[in-house]
Write a protein that binds this ligand. Structure first.
Ligand code: ADE
Length: 246
């Protein structure tokens, strides 16, 4: 079981996705729990302010340390009661400048941590003292990026990471889906109809997939993976190379 604590100024923006489909099922089956927290509720400012202008100048606003720290402390008090809970907790700070997230990192996180706290960055970033204070307090903290582009906030990265980590947890995917894991990243798949006509052109399912010849199908799939061929090319290729005998 992994508890996700997502700290976001826009919790309402995340609920729809988290409460649908696989993540909903994973929550129902108690493989994961997702808690949404709004740092605004932890602001001591009378206007509930959560940001300020950057020291040293520069554009935009920076998220203040206090509401975020108080929020994380509240999570610690309620969910990380035992000493060992803290050892198995990770704070992720979403940042386009962080370590790049991938499936391997998702897998590691899914086995190493019971509580994953994701702080969704906004504006021009987060006061750097948050990380320093958390580290001094023995929290494991990582800046993580989901890719080489800059988004307007950390909410999408939080969803991406919660999703990718969850599907690495045993039992979240069905057995068949887990077995397919290696192929998912590169496979080219088809379903009915066998021939789809669009603008008078016929798009056929590659014959090998209809052959029932499992060894040949595997070989074909591996070849597609090696070549990194996309689906469009395959349609024409496959139509030309129907050499498979059944
Ligand atoms: N915040 C803005 N862009 C981001 C990215 N690519 N990854 C993580 N957090 C971000």
């Amino acid at each position: 079981m992994v508890n996700f604590h997502i700290i976001t100024l826009f919790p309402e923006a995340l609920g729809g996705y988290l409460n649908s489909s696989m993540l909903w099922r994973a929550q129902k089956e108690k493989k994961i729990k997702i808690y949404l927290h709004n740092p605004r509720n932890y602001s001591l400012d009378k206007h509930k302010k959560v940001d300020g202008r950057p020291y040293g100048g520069g554009p935009g606003m920076v998220m203040s340390v206090e509401p975020l720290l108080r929020n994380i402390k509240a999570i610690e008090k309620k969910y990380l009661k035992a000493k060992s809970d803290k050892l198995k907790a990770l704070v992720i700070i979403t940042s386009p400048a962080g370590k790049v997230f991938d499936n391997k990192l998702a897998k590691t996180m899914s086995v190493k941590y019971n509580n994953v706290i994701i702080v969704c960055g906004h504006y021009e970033g987060i006061d750097a003292r948050l990380k320093k204070i958390l580290k001094a307090g023995k929290f494991k903290v990582e800046d993580v990026s989901i890719g080489p582009y800059v988004l307007t906030g950390g909410e999408l990265p939080a969803l991406v990471m919660a999703d990718a980590i969850s599907r690495q947890i045993e039992g979240v995917l069905g057995n068949d889906e887990s077995l397919e894991e290696k192929r998912v990243s590169s496979s080219e798949t088809y379903t009915r109809p066998e021939v789809y006509t669009h603008n008078k052109k016929k798009y056929k399912v590659p014959k090998v997939l209809l052959s029932g010849h499992h060894k040949e199908i595997e070989k074909w799939k591996e070849m597609r993976i090696k070549r990194g061929t996309n689906a469009d090319e395959t349609q024409t290729d496959a139509d030309k190379t129907r050499k498979i005998t059944t």
